[in-house]
Design a protein around this ligand. Structure first.
Ligand code: DX5
Ligand code: ZN
Length: 222
Protein backbone atom coordinates (compact mmCIF):
# COMPACT_ATOMS: atom_id res chain seq x y z
CA UNK A 1 0.00 0.00 0.00
CA UNK A 2 1.32 3.52 -0.72
CA UNK A 3 2.81 5.14 2.35
CA UNK A 4 3.25 8.78 3.24
CA UNK A 5 6.75 10.15 3.67
CA UNK A 6 7.70 10.61 7.32
CA UNK A 7 10.77 12.50 8.49
CA UNK A 8 12.03 11.28 11.88
CA UNK A 9 14.50 13.74 13.33
CA UNK A 10 17.29 12.06 15.32
CA UNK A 11 18.21 14.21 18.29
CA UNK A 12 21.58 12.46 18.50
CA UNK A 13 22.92 15.33 16.39
CA UNK A 14 21.30 18.04 18.53
CA UNK A 15 23.04 20.29 21.06
CA UNK A 16 22.63 18.17 24.19
CA UNK A 17 23.15 21.17 26.44
CA UNK A 18 19.87 22.61 25.08
CA UNK A 19 18.07 19.37 24.30
CA UNK A 20 14.54 20.50 25.19
CA UNK A 21 14.81 23.57 22.97
CA UNK A 22 16.26 21.44 20.17
CA UNK A 23 13.30 19.04 20.27
CA UNK A 24 10.89 21.96 20.11
CA UNK A 25 12.91 23.49 17.26
CA UNK A 26 12.76 20.40 15.02
CA UNK A 27 9.10 19.94 15.87
CA UNK A 28 8.38 23.49 14.69
CA UNK A 29 10.68 23.02 11.68
CA UNK A 30 8.42 20.26 10.37
CA UNK A 31 9.79 16.96 11.64
CA UNK A 32 7.03 14.34 11.75
CA UNK A 33 8.53 12.14 14.49
CA UNK A 34 11.20 12.67 17.15
CA UNK A 35 13.73 9.81 16.85
CA UNK A 36 15.42 8.88 20.14
CA UNK A 37 18.66 6.89 19.88
CA UNK A 38 19.14 4.86 23.04
CA UNK A 39 22.65 3.34 23.27
CA UNK A 40 23.96 1.21 26.12
CA UNK A 41 27.74 1.03 25.56
CA UNK A 42 27.35 -2.72 25.08
CA UNK A 43 25.24 -3.56 22.04
CA UNK A 44 26.88 -0.50 20.49
CA UNK A 45 30.08 1.18 21.71
CA UNK A 46 28.44 4.51 22.42
CA UNK A 47 26.28 5.56 25.35
CA UNK A 48 23.42 8.06 25.22
CA UNK A 49 20.31 8.23 27.42
CA UNK A 50 17.34 6.29 28.72
CA UNK A 51 13.80 6.69 30.03
CA UNK A 52 14.40 9.68 32.37
CA UNK A 53 15.54 11.92 29.53
CA UNK A 54 12.70 10.77 27.28
CA UNK A 55 10.25 11.57 30.06
CA UNK A 56 11.76 15.05 30.49
CA UNK A 57 11.53 15.74 26.74
CA UNK A 58 7.91 14.64 26.47
CA UNK A 59 6.56 18.10 27.38
CA UNK A 60 8.58 19.75 24.59
CA UNK A 61 6.72 18.11 21.69
CA UNK A 62 3.46 16.34 20.97
CA UNK A 63 4.93 14.61 17.88
CA UNK A 64 5.31 10.82 18.03
CA UNK A 65 8.36 9.74 20.04
CA UNK A 66 10.20 7.01 18.12
CA UNK A 67 12.58 5.14 20.46
CA UNK A 68 15.35 3.19 18.72
CA UNK A 69 16.80 0.84 21.33
CA UNK A 70 20.41 -0.06 20.52
CA UNK A 71 20.73 -2.10 23.69
CA UNK A 72 21.58 -5.69 24.52
CA UNK A 73 18.58 -6.53 26.66
CA UNK A 74 15.67 -4.33 25.60
CA UNK A 75 13.03 -6.50 27.30
CA UNK A 76 14.19 -5.36 30.74
CA UNK A 77 13.08 -1.75 30.21
CA UNK A 78 10.29 -1.83 27.61
CA UNK A 79 7.69 -0.80 30.19
CA UNK A 80 9.89 2.09 31.33
CA UNK A 81 10.21 3.43 27.78
CA UNK A 82 6.46 3.24 27.30
CA UNK A 83 5.85 4.96 30.65
CA UNK A 84 8.36 7.69 29.75
CA UNK A 85 6.28 8.58 26.70
CA UNK A 86 7.62 6.56 23.77
CA UNK A 87 4.86 6.03 21.20
CA UNK A 88 6.93 3.68 19.10
CA UNK A 89 9.64 1.27 20.25
CA UNK A 90 12.08 -0.42 17.89
CA UNK A 91 14.35 -3.23 19.09
CA UNK A 92 17.26 -4.81 17.25
CA UNK A 93 16.74 -8.33 15.88
CA UNK A 94 20.35 -9.10 16.84
CA UNK A 95 19.60 -8.29 20.51
CA UNK A 96 16.36 -10.28 20.80
CA UNK A 97 16.61 -14.08 21.07
CA UNK A 98 12.83 -14.11 21.63
CA UNK A 99 11.89 -11.44 19.11
CA UNK A 100 8.30 -12.61 18.75
CA UNK A 101 7.76 -12.13 22.48
CA UNK A 102 9.55 -8.77 22.58
CA UNK A 103 7.37 -7.40 19.79
CA UNK A 104 4.20 -8.69 21.45
CA UNK A 105 5.25 -6.99 24.70
CA UNK A 106 5.69 -3.64 22.95
CA UNK A 107 2.16 -3.77 21.58
CA UNK A 108 0.78 -4.89 24.94
CA UNK A 109 2.26 -1.69 26.36
CA UNK A 110 0.21 0.29 23.84
CA UNK A 111 3.13 1.21 21.56
CA UNK A 112 3.83 0.59 17.89
CA UNK A 113 6.37 -2.19 17.46
CA UNK A 114 9.44 -2.04 15.25
CA UNK A 115 12.43 -4.24 14.52
CA UNK A 116 15.82 -2.98 13.33
CA UNK A 117 18.39 -4.96 11.36
CA UNK A 118 22.08 -4.16 11.19
CA UNK A 119 23.78 -3.90 7.79
CA UNK A 120 25.05 -7.50 7.91
CA UNK A 121 21.72 -9.02 8.96
CA UNK A 122 19.26 -10.68 6.64
CA UNK A 123 15.56 -9.93 6.68
CA UNK A 124 13.96 -13.14 5.45
CA UNK A 125 13.35 -14.47 9.01
CA UNK A 126 11.14 -11.45 9.65
CA UNK A 127 8.46 -13.11 7.55
CA UNK A 128 7.59 -15.08 10.70
CA UNK A 129 6.83 -11.97 12.76
CA UNK A 130 5.22 -9.68 10.19
CA UNK A 131 1.88 -9.78 12.00
CA UNK A 132 3.55 -8.35 15.10
CA UNK A 133 5.24 -5.47 13.29
CA UNK A 134 4.35 -1.86 12.60
CA UNK A 135 7.80 -0.91 11.27
CA UNK A 136 10.98 -2.48 9.92
CA UNK A 137 14.15 -0.39 10.29
CA UNK A 138 16.89 -1.11 7.77
CA UNK A 139 20.08 0.30 9.27
CA UNK A 140 21.99 2.09 6.54
CA UNK A 141 25.11 2.48 8.72
CA UNK A 142 26.50 0.33 11.53
CA UNK A 143 24.68 1.69 14.59
CA UNK A 144 26.36 3.65 17.34
CA UNK A 145 27.33 6.99 15.88
CA UNK A 146 25.85 9.85 13.89
CA UNK A 147 27.46 11.35 10.84
CA UNK A 148 28.55 8.12 9.13
CA UNK A 149 28.44 7.43 5.40
CA UNK A 150 25.37 5.73 3.92
CA UNK A 151 25.97 2.10 2.85
CA UNK A 152 24.61 1.98 -0.69
CA UNK A 153 24.20 -1.80 -0.79
CA UNK A 154 21.34 -1.41 1.71
CA UNK A 155 19.08 -0.23 -1.12
CA UNK A 156 18.70 -3.85 -2.22
CA UNK A 157 17.71 -4.84 1.32
CA UNK A 158 15.06 -2.11 1.43
CA UNK A 159 13.59 -3.49 -1.79
CA UNK A 160 13.67 -7.00 -0.30
CA UNK A 161 11.74 -5.77 2.76
CA UNK A 162 9.24 -4.03 0.51
CA UNK A 163 8.51 -7.29 -1.28
CA UNK A 164 8.33 -9.24 2.01
CA UNK A 165 5.67 -7.01 3.55
CA UNK A 166 3.43 -7.01 0.47
CA UNK A 167 0.19 -5.16 1.20
CA UNK A 168 0.65 -5.09 4.99
CA UNK A 169 0.54 -1.74 6.73
CA UNK A 170 4.19 -1.80 7.87
CA UNK A 171 6.45 1.23 7.60
CA UNK A 172 9.94 0.83 6.17
CA UNK A 173 12.40 3.06 8.02
CA UNK A 174 16.01 3.84 7.14
CA UNK A 175 18.58 5.26 9.54
CA UNK A 176 22.12 6.42 8.96
CA UNK A 177 23.66 8.72 6.39
CA UNK A 178 20.28 9.98 5.18
CA UNK A 179 20.64 13.31 3.37
CA UNK A 180 18.96 15.01 0.43
CA UNK A 181 21.47 13.12 -1.74
CA UNK A 182 20.60 9.62 -0.48
CA UNK A 183 16.84 10.16 -0.14
CA UNK A 184 15.88 9.52 -3.75
CA UNK A 185 17.38 6.03 -3.83
CA UNK A 186 16.01 4.84 -0.47
CA UNK A 187 12.51 6.07 -1.20
CA UNK A 188 12.59 4.59 -4.70
CA UNK A 189 13.57 1.26 -3.13
CA UNK A 190 10.59 1.41 -0.77
CA UNK A 191 11.53 3.31 2.39
CA UNK A 192 8.91 5.77 3.66
CA UNK A 193 10.28 6.76 7.10
CA UNK A 194 13.59 8.60 6.92
CA UNK A 195 15.65 9.12 10.05
CA UNK A 196 18.07 12.00 9.77
CA UNK A 197 20.31 13.55 12.39
CA UNK A 198 23.26 15.49 11.06
CA UNK A 199 21.46 16.45 7.85
CA UNK A 200 18.74 18.18 9.88
CA UNK A 201 20.77 19.71 12.72
CA UNK A 202 23.46 21.17 10.46
CA UNK A 203 23.73 24.91 10.08
CA UNK A 204 24.55 27.81 12.32
CA UNK A 205 21.35 27.71 14.35
CA UNK A 206 17.85 26.29 14.46
CA UNK A 207 16.64 28.63 11.71
CA UNK A 208 18.31 26.20 9.26
CA UNK A 209 16.33 23.14 10.40
CA UNK A 210 13.18 23.83 8.37
CA UNK A 211 15.17 24.24 5.14
CA UNK A 212 17.17 21.09 5.92
CA UNK A 213 13.97 19.07 6.42
CA UNK A 214 12.40 20.56 3.30
CA UNK A 215 15.46 19.60 1.24
CA UNK A 216 15.08 15.96 2.27
CA UNK A 217 11.33 16.04 1.61
CA UNK A 218 11.75 17.50 -1.85
CA UNK A 219 14.32 14.85 -2.79
CA UNK A 220 11.89 12.02 -2.00
CA UNK A 221 10.54 9.80 -4.74
CA UNK A 222 7.28 9.34 -2.77
C1 DX5 B 1 22.98 5.68 14.51
C2 DX5 B 1 21.63 6.21 14.93
C3 DX5 B 1 21.09 7.23 14.03
C4 DX5 B 1 21.91 8.48 13.90
C5 DX5 B 1 21.84 8.89 12.47
O1 DX5 B 1 23.32 4.58 15.27
O2 DX5 B 1 20.68 5.16 15.01
O3 DX5 B 1 19.73 7.55 14.32
O4 DX5 B 1 21.48 9.55 14.70
O5 DX5 B 1 22.71 9.94 12.30
P1 DX5 B 1 23.00 10.58 10.87
O6 DX5 B 1 21.66 11.03 10.30
O7 DX5 B 1 23.90 11.69 11.20
O8 DX5 B 1 23.62 9.50 10.05
ZN1 ZN C 1 18.47 5.64 15.18
Amino acid sequence: MPQDLIIASSILAADFSRIGEEVLAVDEAGADWIHLDVMDGHFVPNLTFGPPLIKALRRHSQKPFDAHLMVSNPDALLADYAAAGADRITVHAEACPHLDRSLASIRELGCKAGVAVNPHSGVDDLVHVLDRLDLILVMTVNPGFGGQAFIASMNDKIARVKSLIGSRNIDIQVDGGITAATTAAVTAAGANVLVAGSAIFKGDDSSAYAANIAAIRSASAL
